[in-house]
Design a protein around this ligand. Sequence first.
Ligand SMILES: Nc1ncnc2c1ncn2[C@@H]1O[C@H](COP(=O)(O)OP(=O)(O)OP(=O)(O)O)[C@@H](O)[C@H]1O
Length: 448
Amino acid sequence: MSGVINRPMSQMRKMETKDSLFRARKRILRYLVHSFLKNEGLFHSAETLAEEAALTGEYEVCDNIDLDIIMQDYTSYYLSRFNKPPQFLRPAAPAPRRPPTRHARPKPEPPPAKETLELELPDTFTITPLVKQESETIPEYIPAIERKPLSAFLGKASPEKKAFVEALYQDIIRPSGVSWDDIKGLEAAKSLLMESVVYPVRYPEVFTGLLEPWRGVLLHGPPGTGKTLLARAVAAESRCTFFNVAPSTIVTKWRGDSERIVKVLFEMASYYAPSIIFVDEVETLASERGGAGEHEASRRLKAQLLTELDGVSGRGGIVFLLANSNMPWEIDPAMLRRLEKRIHIPLPDHKTRAELFTLYLSGAVGAHVSELASRTEGYSGSDIKLVCKEALMSGVRKMLPNMGRGAPNQRKDRVDLSAILTAIEKTKPVSKNLAKRHEEWQNETGCS
Ligand SMILES: Nc1ncnc2c1ncn2[C@@H]1O[C@H](COP(=O)(O)OP(=O)(O)OP(=O)(O)O)[C@@H](O)[C@H]1O
């Protein structure tokens, strides 16, 4: 005991953290097993476990995790690391037999291969505390991109393929932390994306047969309405690997390279599955031009994209194509057929515009927010962001000449109503004219 007391504070803290992590892990395991038993219909066993392990209603297992998911993740991690599947079970050693005594009844034979469970669980899951415990740090989910070594994917790839892989690897966006809450309004779009991307990734066992997930989802709407932001939130919410493919990565001037890059892209997406391949301005990669005027290279690239998309369901893991377009009417019909789910992202409504002003001006606009929202009908989210930036800048502009002359070099995010109104006057809503066309297109061809 005295040994513990004499330890330096930092060491004590480390031990405490280790100890609390250990306890958290054990608790998580018990809750996971409990939930597993219930899911298997073993209610009596689950009840007994709850009683024996003193599981109170203080915690519940998160929606997105269970032992089955952990087994799958662990198996794919192990496979990629050691090139063989992990072994969980082995035949138990037979119990030593005692010679039967004269009067004893022969004992029934033990089952031939009683199984023992050898399971090592990684610390990659969390449970939601109903009552949050402050001192507790629960290990975080580790995304596929951090779990799976690139070297295992590369194997004995040619130098050319390695170069493609490296370029594409740069396009993978790490978990961005963008969440639904960062996106104002767009409730209908959010729930459609939950249903068509997030849930199928979380519960693949539900989305089979006729309910098989869409492989291609199109977000279309005027520029600056939050389509890219939505795509990033989807990646974060679904914990998918997010390939943000810049057309410049794919379109190269070297003959045949573009098709090979597209092929490698889908292979990588499958390796790091579940993945989202996000293609911004998809109409630039797969436009409807066609005919004799279409460049041969662009025709081949388009054909390769379509081939890969068709092959997606035959590959391992879930891979979605999430495409973005400001001009969906220009998308090649063959590509459009593969973008089965089409979601319209409209200009923000009055309530959303008010929320955006509050977001960007940190609530500084107070009571005027409704008036500002009324004056900005037809503005996109990005236009409103510009207005706010311009209004803030007008204050900073006044400060700049006095900086370095004794005045404090500190920015104040206070803004006059008049400055905002002037900024609104100056900023023309660039997307307004396109809004109607998107609506009509959605009515004609959309399916959400
Ligand atoms: N609904 C919204 N909630 C929060 N921010 C928004 C919203 N809509 C737009 N924005 C802001 O506008 C910026 C531009 O949005 P984003 O890039 O997602 O638009 P986009 O529709 O993808 O545009 P483009 O089609 O031109 O690429 C975002 O960084 C964000 O700050």
